[in-house]
Design a protein around this ligand. Sequence first.
Ligand SMILES: Nc1ncnc2c1ncn2[C@@H]1O[C@H](COP(=O)(O)OP(=O)(O)OP(=O)(O)O)[C@@H](O)[C@H]1O
Ligand SMILES: [Mg+2]
Length: 341
Amino acid sequence: MSLLEVRDLRVSFDTDDGTVYAVQGMSFSVEPGQTLGIVGESGSGKSVATQAIMGLTPGATITGEAKLEGVDLLAMSERELEAIRGSQVSLIFQDPLTSLHPLYRVGHQIAEAMRVHSQVTKAQAEDRAIDLLGQVGIPEPARRVRDYPHQFSGGMRQRVMIAMALALEPKLIIADEPTTALDVTVQAQILELLARMQRDYQTAVILITHDLGVVADVADEVVIMYAGRPMERAGVEAAFVEPHHPYTQGLLQSIPSYSGRTGKLRPIKGYPPSLMRQINECPFASRCPYVHDECRVAPPPLKPVGTKPGHLSACVLPADRVGLSAAAPEGAAAGAGAAEQ
Ligand SMILES: Nc1ncnc2c1ncn2[C@@H]1O[C@H](COP(=O)(O)OP(=O)(O)OP(=O)(O)O)[C@@H](O)[C@H]1O
Ligand SMILES: [Mg+2]
């Protein structure tokens, strides 16, 4: 049994302008100790999908299944979910200032998080807060524990968030762009810290990011998401060496180190589809250089592709047609082709 198993998750919001179908059939699973990277363009539903399963999308209509150790989170009451958040699943968001209370000392906030969920005395919780601040690399933790959030740098605040997330030794950490706002040095430290915590506690991590480089460094598996659906899922090596879906190939080709001899960035042409309707075809069809009639009939389901077990792609192209060079000859890269030729 997977630690978390999400099946056909659908999330929509009713707005004044109509319904926004933010997630249109997301499925993935996470094993203990594993890091799952979720990548995709802005607006592809990464945050909504993960927040919805934790009960953090008020007003949304949610269907599907999200089983944590076999128990469906989507069927839980707000009270039950509250007990799970923090104790079994921790969330780290991009902007730590919005998650830390400006008027409480940092150590107090870490200690309180602990005291809400476990039977520790105030003194024990405060000792543990100092210990955790030290573990996340804050110098002089015994002194800094008495500081307020504004006295910390952005990177330090992010580490405080991580310390809070780790305080309860959760089974799963959902980290939504945890390092996007940070410089590369701090980013590397934080990713290393997450990896160390994972080794020590067997914590599973869902890492949401725009940054394919980060995914390549730290993820075991990756889900590539587009317009609210998974386009491809693979072990991280297969995703980079044997990408199958034209969208994945387009993404890889839009980063310089993968864009071939010229070293030129080749952005994917066009825009993602509107989410104001349910998409009844391959969502990438309008941008795909390989589009044909079959793609317009229904969104293709994930199917096994390539040579590695567990490699799935939601594309109708032949399963053995993988890899950038094989799949995308000069001038025919995903989205970079037809319009330019
Ligand atoms: N409360 C809401 N009401 C209406 N629409 C929403 C709401 N929250 C999110 N959306 C829409 O859902 C879609 C998916 O948003 P989401 O935040 O999950 O994207 P994302 O993949 O996390 O993007 P980014 O990389 O920019 O963080 C977007 O079109 C967004 O506008
Ligand atoms: Mg987001």
